[in-house]
Write a protein that binds this ligand. Structure first.
Ligand code: ZN
Ligand code: ZN
Length: 247
C-alpha cells in the first residue's frame, strides 16, 4: 500500500489566485491517492482481513495527519470504483482531499445534530438494527439500507457506539469494521455483478457519529435530481436489504 500526492490535484497547498471577476476561494488544500493494493486487477471485494485492516489503518493515519492542520476544516476520504463511478484509474485506489472549509452537506448534518435532543445516528442504529432494512451486524458495527436511500442498493455502515472519527476506534472496532466492510463489498459485488460504486467515510473531529456510505452507481443522476436535490430511487431500501442479505 502506498500513499502519495495526487498528480492531478483538485486542491493544492499553494493555489494560484482565483479569478478577479468573481468572489471565489482559492483551491487551497491537499489531495492524496492511496494505492489500495499491489495487484493491478485486485478487487477490494477480495481483500483479506489483514489487507482491509491495513487499508483502514492508512485511512486513519492520513486522517490524523490532516485533521489537526490549521488550514484544514474537513477531510474527505472516499473511494471511486469503476469508470461510471468516476474512477479514472482501474487500479484500486482511494483518495483523500483536505479542505479549508466545512462542506455544505456536512454543515447541514452538523446543524441538524446540534439542534436534535439526541444523536440522530445513535437513534438510527438503535431502531434500524431490528428493522427490515438491517443487513448485517457484528460486535461493534451495523450495516443497513437507510430508509432515506438516495440510490438503489445504497448501504450505510455505522458504529454501534458514538465515535466521531476513525481515530477514536479501538482495536476491536478496527477489526470488526474490516470484517463488516469486506462482507459488504463481497455481497455487493456478487449481487450486482461488480458494480461501479462510491464509498465515502463521513467523519469530523468531534460531536459527530461517523459513518460509511456506499452508493452503487447503477442509475444515472439526471435532470430532476440535479434541479431539485431530490432523488428518485426505484428500489425500496427494504427490497435492497432483503436482496443483499441473501447474497
Ligand atoms: Zn496498476
Ligand atoms: Zn451517535
Amino acid at each position: 500500500m502506498r500513499v502519495f500526492p495526487n498528480l492531478f490535484a483538485a486542491m493544492v497547498p499553494s493555489p494560484s489566485p482565483p479569478t478577479t471577476e468573481w468572489i471565489a476561494l482559492p483551491g487551497h488544500g491537499y489531495h492524496e491517492v492511496i494505492v489500495d493494493s499491489p495487484g493491478h486487477s485486485d478487487n477490494p471485494a477480495d481483500f483479506s482481513q489483514e489487507h482491509m485492516m491495513l487499508l483502514l489503518q492508512a485511512y486513519k493515519d492520513r486522517y490524523s495527519h490532516y485533521c489537526c492542520l490549521d488550514d484544514v476544516n474537513y477531510v474527505s476520504i472516499f473511494k471511486n470504483w469503476g469508470r461510471e463511478a468516476g474512477a479514472s484509474l482501474s487500479h484500486s485506489h482511494s483518495q483523500i482531499i483536505a479542505l479549508p472549509i466545512m462542506p455544505p452537506l456536512m454543515k447541514r448534518e452538523i446543524d441538524a445534530i446540534s439542534a436534535a435532543p439526541f444523536c440522530p445516528f445513535c437513534n438510527i442504529v438503535m431502531r434500524e438494527i431490528s428493522s427490515a432494512r438491517a443487513i448485517a451486524e457484528n460486535g461493534s458495527w451495523v450495516q443497513i439500507a437507510p430508509f432515506y436511500s438516495q440510490v438503489p442498493y445504497e448501504t450505510w455502515i455505522l458504529p454501534k457506539s458514538h465515535i466521531s472519527n476513525l481515530m477514536e476506534m479501538d482495536e476491536r472496532q478496527h477489526c470488526d469494521l474490516a470484517s463488516l466492510l469486506r462482507d459488504a463489498l463481497r455481497r455487493m459485488r456478487d449481487l450486482l455483478n461488480n458494480p461501479p460504486y462510491n464509498l465515502m467515510i463521513q467523519q469530523i473531529g468531534s460531536g459527530y457519529h461517523m459513518n460509511i456510505r456506499i452508493h452503487p452507481a447503477i442509475t444515472k443522476i439526471a435532470g430532476f435530481e440535479r434541479s431539485t436535490g431530490v432523488f428518485i430511487n426505484p428500489v425500496s431500501p427494504e427490497q435492497a436489504a432483503a436482496e443483499i442479505r441473501g447474497a
